[in-house]
Ligand binder design. Structure first.
Ligand code: MN
Length: 511
């Protein structure tokens, strides 16, 4: 449905389909309240302002949000842009909703420009996540609608909003496991950040899809038949087209050659149980030949953002290739809606999983550091250093994660592409400073070679080692490791200077 056509009736219908127990009267009351508050206000496009909170709320329904979040979506600009106060919202809709609205106001106010703006933005999103993650969810929906209506915004501002979405909003959505909103934010922003690349990818994808679609449909139909004939239960088999921005990133990795992209369309097989996932995989493998080394079991070994599915790639027709993904209904909901999938059931287990997820992302040290650089008096003084630290921060915060194991079985989470040096510093500064070599899965592993998820890594230390080699800075990936290596280099230089200075005591010492 084109989003500009959404009405209150559409929202209510969608919500009823999704959650029969939703409090429709409450949603309608919130809409009426927002409508009255925004009366007479217009958006840049000339439309009545209420269209914006309405679409925000609609996106929240699409994201499987709960009632208080949808109400906050409808009211999110009321306290900020109208005479209505948070106290009035609280009196009308309760403290919980008013608190979410307050959180949204706080995230929105950014004082700085340039790179400092970026960091402050990031910090505010993180603070909001720490206090109430529902604030972030409303911000995603708010931002998605703003992106969808960027055409009426001056070009420079539109670019800034789009870039911010691509660099801050989408990566946070990704780390929260919210695949659906992440992809939608990216595709909506992509068009404004890199218009030429966007056009190239769109045309390329459209052309390939057009030729592939009938064949893929045939494979989907055959899969349904094969599963039924073999007595394997399934809820749904459908094709999903790769989103444009993620296709773009993959093309960059593969010489811009679309023939090398195997998952342009993936076939998703949704089944009732985990056992059915493996059974369905068996059925598909007996019908079509799998590609070697392309079977990935993210069910027994979930991705660090919680993603679970069974993947395989098969030849289906004279060298033509397609990826299959097998998952349970619950895994599917989690992959699409992330933390929001838990709220629907509102269980203790769901709450715990949300908390753990957020703790994985938030690191108080990072927050403090962001605070420091966001409020630095004169960051331009050492712009190069500042930008360097910013790149490191982005890497630490947004890179996909890997899990590695110590020989004792402890799990350590690191950004993708981390090396044994990063791991050593993640364990302890002393281990980092004295690392001499590493064994990965019992084999010697160069210190500059990235680790992979699931590796068992033993760090070998040399007790007599004086300290880190400054060359490690070239391949250490995490900000933590780099700063420790630099710190050591600084202290040794300081010590050396000190020891080189003439010391009156030393001079007077009897020889
Ligand atoms: Mn808004």
């Amino acid at each position: 449905m084109p989003t500009h056509d959404v009405t209150l009736t559409d929202l209510v219908t969608e919500l009823r389909n999704q959650r029969p127990d939703a409090d429709i009267a409450l949603i309608e009351r919130a809409y009426a309240f927002a409508d009255a508050a925004h009366k007479g206000q217009l958006r840049m496009s000339g439309e009545p302002y209420i269209t914006h909170p309405l679409h925000t709320a609609y996106h929240l329904v699409e994201m499987h949000a709960t009632d208080p979040i949808i109400v906050a979506g409808l009211l999110h600009d009321v306290a900020e842009d109208t005479p209505v106060t948070l106290e009035q919202i609280s009196a009308e809709f309760g403290e919980d909703v008013a608190n979410i609205c307050n959180g949204i106001c706080k995230v929105g106010k950014i004082k700085y420009r340039g790179v400092q703006r970026y960091v402050e933005n990031l910090r505010k999103m993180f603070l909001a996540m720490a206090s109430d993650v529902r604030v972030i969810v409303v911000k995603f929906a708010d931002r998605l609608h703003n992106l969808e209506t960027l055409e009426s915004i001056p070009q420079k501002k539109a670019y800034r909003i789009a870039l911010e979405s691509l660099e801050i909003y989408a990566p946070i959505a990704n780390r929260l496991g919210m695949g659906d909103i992440k992809g939608r934010l990216e595709d909506a922003a992509f068009k404004y950040v890199m218009p030429k690349e966007f056009e190239w990818v769109s045309k390329l994808a459209e052309k390939s899809m057009r030729t592939q679609a009938p064949q893929i449909q045939k494979v989907i139909d055959q899969t349904r038949d094969e599963l039924s004939n073999s007595g394997v239960n399934f809820a749904d088999v459908h094709g999903r087209e790769k989103q444009l921005y993620s296709l773009y990133l993959k093309l960059l990795k593969h010489e811009r050659d679309i023939a090398k992209i195997y998952d342009l369309t993936a076939i998703r097989v949704i089944v009732p149980s985990v056992a059915d996932c493996y059974a369905a995989l068996g059925v598909v493998h007996s019908k079509w030949t799998p590609l070697k080394g392309r079977i990935k079991d993210y069910i027994s070994q979930p991705k660090p953002n919680g993603y679970q599915s069974l993947h395989t790639t098969v030849f289906y027709d004279r060298g033509a290739i397609v990826e299959f993904q097998f998952r349970t209904i619950e895994m599917h909901e989690k992959a699409e809606f992330g933390i929001a999938a838990h709220w629907k059931y509102d269980t203790d287990k769901g709450k715990k999983e949300t908390d753990t997820r957020i703790k994985q992302i938030l690191d108080t040290k990072e927050l403090e550091w962001m605070e420091q650089i966001a409020t630095a008096k004169n960051p331009t003084k050492s712009t190069k250093k500042f930008l360097e630290s910013l790149e490191e921060l982005k890497l630490d915060v947004f890179k996909d994660r890997i899990f590695v194991y110590t020989p004792k079985g402890d799990v350590i989470e690191l950004p993708e592409e981390s090396t044994p040096i990063d791991l050593a510093y993640a364990i302890h500064t002393d281990i980092g400073n004295k690392i001499s070599s590493a064994l990965v899965n019992d084999a010697i592993h160069p210190l500059d070679m990235p680790l992979k998820s699931g590796d068992i890594v033993e760090v070998i230390v040399d007790k007599n080692r004086k300290g880190p080699n400054p060359d490690w800075l070239k391949f250490a990936k995490t900000r933590h490791a780099k700063s420790k290596i630099r710190q050591f280099a600084r202290t040794t230089i300081a010590d050396w200077i000190k020891s080189a200075l003439p010391s009156p005591l030393r001079k007077n010492k009897p020889q």
